[in-house]
Design a protein around this ligand. Structure first.
Ligand code: HEM
Length: 504
């Protein structure tokens, strides 16, 4: 009897242990995929192939929901498609915290440690930007007339009267000028022109192999970061002097200089410089990329140009001569915004970002362990015919209210609590550009087939080869537009809208 009881107990225990093991095996089933080569993993394929190809190939091979890889030194789960976007954006802080790849941490947080930067502490790095509401519409409204007038000045100074212009470097000068004015309260063209090359080096270096030896991308980015930091420290000094002599300041930098933490401590200048550098990088290249590719797609689609122009000329006609753009005008630019959205679908200014896994979680039947990184990317939906019919076609009408993309399929600015805080700023800056460029100019694209380099931030290929003369940087050239600057109307004010439309 005792023996039978013992056998029963052992049998029951074995079954329970087996069942438990099976369940825990199932619950720790890692996503399919490959960690690639020792040490480098799949970093090379990720950085130097087309990002959408890297992801697309693996979605086909392993799973269209999730796959594992090792990139930039981290075991990473790439989660794919609208359900994944929803899962990520609605579970921030529960399963995920923000994570910046190591090169980015190193470039932007050097004041913390001289060694390779430790993973970010789980605090919100962008709180200081989000909280005071500098990037909210209420604050941006006050800057709108400046955006409009700076854009007009830039077009007049650099685009006008030329047979051929290269849109990419000019767009970068424009957007860096806007960002320096808005974020730093700085308005010095020479200084800004000098900074462009440094910012380009940093942008490329943020997603690079961390080899800090002369000749590498990362080395150049480090040098550039040091130069920008020095420049920003001198801007900070000038700003402090100006504030001490009673000047009124309305830029983000001034705000950072005067806010203290609850214990009354001010943010160290080096930290402010690094934060401003991060903001300038985020706020300038993404907007410049969108403007550049908008010039390409609108230049290649005369019907889209006509529609945008009709919309903008109607707004122009409703204003007094010389009157600058106002908030209400921006709300009327619906078709133009659709064209911008379509540009960002065709060429996303930012492919995607990373998170760190706070707590092990399951997704699509697979488990992602704590400490792994998660990568989400717009490329899993943007070109998928399931979500965007005829995806290769540039068609702004697909964002009409009746046809709006399904939830979480179109997320160029991310979503949830970490949605890009610069979204509204970007919208206004690009719309102000569109307003002025179609109001006065018509253009043709010189090389419609110009290759786009497939790094994390898209760069037109000719930039890499020809540009040293313009900005002495590796990434400065772009779509050259034959007769971009064929001016439609020489007087800026007092025009007859119908005449202008007939002229085209
Ligand atoms: C067309 C222009 C832009 C695009 C497509 C874009 C896109 C994005 C995306 C996809 C993210 C990542 C969101 C996530 O991790 O879930 C992001 C983050 C961010 N963006 Fe933008 N962005 C643009 C312009 C700007 C501008 C103009 C600024 C500054 C004024 C800016 C500042 C930031 C910052 C600070 C973050 C980090 C937010 C965080 O980690 O919480 N961006 N952006």
């Amino acid at each position: 009897m005792e023996l039978l009881a013992l056998i029963l107990i052992v049998f029951t225990l074995s079954i329970t242990i087996l069942a438990f093991r099976r369940r825990s095996d199932r619950s720790t089933k890692l996503p399919p995929g490959s960690f690639g080569w020792p040490v480098v993993g799949e970093t090379i394929q990720f950085l130097f192939g087309k990002p959408e190809k890297f992801v697309g190939d693996r979605m086909k091979k392993y799973s269209s929901d999730i796959f594992k890889t090792k990139i930039l030194g981290e075991k990473t789960a790439v989660i794919c498609g609208p359900n994944a976007h929803k899962f990520l954006f609605t579970n921030e802080h529960k399963y995920f915290i923000a994570f910046r790849p190591h090169p980015m941490q190193y470039l932007f947080r050097s004041y913390q440690t001289k060694a390779v930067a430790a993973p970010l502490a789980p605090r919100d790095d962008t709180k200081v930007l989000r909280q005071p509401g500098f990037l909210k519409p209420e604050a941006l409204i006050r800057f709108l007339d400046k955006m409009d007038s700076i854009t007009q000045q830039q077009l007049q100074a650099h685009w006008e009267g030329k047979d051929v212009v290269k849109a990419y470097p000019l767009a970068k000068t424009l957007t860096l000028t806007l960002a320096c004015r808005f974020f730093l309260g700085m308005d010095k063209p020479d200084r800004i022109a000098r900074l462009v090359q440094y910012f380009d080096d940093i942008t490329v270096g943020m997603h690079s192999i961390m080899l800090n030896i002369p000749g590498t991308i990362f080395y150049r980015a480090n040098k550039a970061a040091a130069a920008i930091r020095m420049e920003l420290l001198s801007v900070i000094k000038e700003k402090k002097d100006a504030m001490a002599s009673g000047d009124k300041m309305q830029d983000i930098l001034s705000h950072m200089l005067v806010i203290a933490d609850p214990s009354g401590k001010f943010m160290p200048e080096a930290e402010i410089a690094d934060k401003m550098m991060g903001l300038l990088v985020a706020g300038y290249s993404t907007v410049a990329t969108t403007i550049t590719f908008l010039m390409k797609y609108v230049g290649l689609n005369p019907d889209v140009y006509q529609n945008i122009r009709a919309e903008q000329m109607e707004i122009a006609a409703s204003k007094n001569p010389g009157e600058l753009l106002e908030w209400e005008d921006m709300q009327k630019m619906k078709y133009s915004w659709n064209a911008i959205c379509e540009t960002m679908r065709m060429v996303p200014p930012l492919q995607g970002t990373f998170r760190e896994v706070l707590t092990e979680f399951s997704y699509a039947g697979y488990t992602v362990p704590k400490g792994w990184k998660v990568y989400w990317t717009v490329s899993t939906t943007n070109m998928n015919p399931e979500y965007f019919r005829d995806p290769q076609k540039f068609d702004p009408s697909r964002y009409d209210e009746s046809e709006a993309p399904a939830p979480y399929t179109y997320v160029p600015f991310g979503g949830g609590p970490r949605t890009c805080p610069g979204k509204e700023y970007a919208r206004l800056a690009i719309l102000a550009f569109v307003h002025n460029v179609v109001k006065y100019y018509k253009w043709e694209v010189m090389d419609p087939h110009e290759k786009v380099n497939g790094d994390m931030m898209p760069t037109p290929e000719k930039a890499k080869t020809t540009t040293k003369t313009i900005f002495t940087t590796a990434t400065a050239t772009q779509f050259a537009h034959k007769k971009v600057v064929k001016k439609i109307e020489s007087k800026r004010t007092d025009f007859d809208r119908s005449d202008l439309l007939r002229e085209i």
